[in-house]
Design a protein around this ligand. Structure first.
Ligand code: RAM
Length: 342
């Protein structure tokens, strides 16, 4: 009898416990509502319009706000003005791709002093002006792959030139350094890099620079343009001048802008990463910095929504860097799958 009563009491206690209101949750409520300012090199560049899509998508998932800004033309001065205004506006994070890595350091420091997190992506501000770098792909791989594509097209022979963005732009300059390293391989001994010209990521200037190359180097056999603006302008200049087939073209291009030149054979192959995903990743990293879930140090782990997990690695200067992934190659076989995506 006693044993039965005891069992009954235990059952009653278990039932009561199950019906009791849930205990206070141990995990804190998700932090959201951050103002994330994505600052780009300039407005009107479809590469950055694609990144904006990724920023908006991530911000929606996270319950944050994506404030997308950039100067009308790709200058450091224009970006400094914008950052000053964002500091006054008290945003939570500034995620920037810079036109000049050194010129932007003081204003980025000012933002950090005001308690704003500074994330850099695509074209990084120098280490003193940032807390973490979201890098599209390994710099060395991006530089080398462009020379490798052109080498194959040219059977490793002839004069080549680079048509870059602005001479101050950190991402292009680093990739060009790796191109020069790749060219040291003996298999390129009959390929000569004759010049590097700068179209400043402006369509018309890039077009004029391409025409200048055709005139100044009548024996030119190939052009590498490590900028989506430059490669599309060069594709147009080669087509207009009737030089497709005589001068090979490769570099980093948007499938949407390059499909016509890939189909015409003017640019047989090029590379890029997904700029929508790059914007999405930069926004997730910005959110995690604002919420304090990461501090930006190498070794920390994070999850960037649909892109999955990443470990923060060393950026080579003691800071933290997150990598999006390897670049893809685009050619006549796969261009139709991508031309309407970005
Ligand atoms: C242009 C910009 C950008 C670069 C791409 C490849 O759109 O210069 O910074 O990453 O090209």
């Amino acid at each position: 009898m006693r044993a039965k009563l005891f069992t009954l009491l235990i059952v009653a206690a278990v039932v009561l416990a199950a019906c009791a209101p849930a205990a206070t949750p141990t995990s804190p409520p998700a932090k959201k509502g951050f103002k994330i300012a994505m600052v780009v090199k300039n407005l009107g560049n479809p590469f950055f319009e694609a990144a904006k899509k990724g920023c908006e998508e991530a911000a929606k998932e996270l319950g944050d706000e994506c404030i997308f800004q950039g100067p009308a033309t790709p200058t450091a001065e224009g970006q400094i003005e914008i950052i000053d205004a964002l500091i006054a506006q008290k945003v939570d994070v500034i995620a920037i791709t810079v036109n000049d890595p050194d010129a932007l350091v003081p204003v980025c420091k000012k933002a950090m002093d005001a308690g704003i997190k500074v994330v850099t992506w695509d074209s990084a501000v120098a280490p003193g002006g940032r807390q973490i770098f979201v890098n599209q792909a390994d710099m060395e791989q991006i530089g080398r792959i462009e020379v490798q594509m052109l080498g194959e097209m040219l059977d490793y022979q002839g004069q080549i030139a680079v048509l870059s963005a602005a001479s101050t732009m950190a991402n292009q300059n680093t990739w060009i350094e790796w191109m020069k390293e790749e060219l040291k391989d003996p298999k390129y001994k009959d390929m000569e890099l004759v010049t590097i010209v700068y179209g400043d990521d402006l369509r018309e200037k890039s077009y004029t620079e391409a025409q200048g190359l055709f005139k100044s180097y009548p024996d030119l056999k190939g052009i590498i343009s490590p900028t989506t603006v430059g490669i599309a302008a060069t594709g147009r200049a080669l087509t207009d001048a009737g030089l497709c087939g005589k001068i090979a073209l490769t570099g980093l291009g948007l499938p949407s802008e390059m499909a016509e030149y890939i189909k015409s054979g003017c640019c047989k192959e090029m590379a890029l990463w997904n700029p929508i995903e790059l914007g999405y990743m930069a926004t997730y990293v910005s959110h995690l910095m604002a919420s304090g879930e990461i501090t930006g140090k190498p070794g920390e782990k994070l999850t960037a929504g649909k892109l999955g997990g990443r470990t923060i690695v060393d950026d080579g200067a003691g800071g933290g860097m997150v990598l999006l992934g390897p670049p893809f190659k685009f050619n006549a076989e796969n261009i139709d799958d991508w031309k309407d995506v970005y």
